[in-house]
Design a protein around this ligand. Structure first.
Ligand SMILES: Cc1cc2nc3c(=O)[nH]c(=O)nc-3n(C[C@H](O)[C@H](O)[C@H](O)COP(=O)(O)O)c2cc1C
Length: 115
């Protein structure tokens, strides 16, 4: 299982790297099952990079984690999550706030172990 991250400023990348599995950027070629660590773009939207990745690799994505910011974007906190579920039907593993914490790492590791 690969952890793929769509990360602009590196917060999501750091979370991906804390999980103890191989990681790669959303920009790299993918040829194995993965989970996706994504983020939110303007006002709770799905980043275009995540949209195009999902369209290309939908069958390989076992679930996704959304990394939001409840302090700066309280009203649209992790607003991309319901949109991704509705539009693409992906399994939602968890929302994490500002890069997540130990509990988030443990929960996502448990999901990975169950795959
Ligand atoms: C332009 C912009 C809009 C954002 N909008 C939201 C939002 O609506 N809801 C939310 O929870 N987080 C929002 N965020 C926060 C990102 O999801 C958060 O900063 C995340 O850590 C970015 O991941 P990265 O550091 O891996 O790039 C936004 C961030 C930016 C830069």
């Amino acid at each position: 299982m690969i952890i793929v991250y769509d990360s602009n400023t590196g917060v999501g990348k750091r979370f991906a790297e804390s999980l103890g599995y191989p990681t790669q950027s959303i920009k790299e070629k993918l040829d194995a099952p993965c989970i996706l660590i994504t983020r939110n773009a303007g006002a709770g939207k799905i980043p275009w990079s995540t949209k195009s990745f999902i369209k290309k690799h939908q069958g390989l994505i076992k679930g996704f984690v959304n990394n939001g910011d409840s302090i700066k974007h309280g009203k649209t906190y992790c607003g991309a999550t319901p949109l991704i579920i509705e539009k693409y039907g992906l399994v939602h593993i968890r929302n994490i706030d500002q890069g997540g914490n130990d509990e988030d790492i443990q929960a996502v590791q448990e999901f990975l172990e169950s795959c």
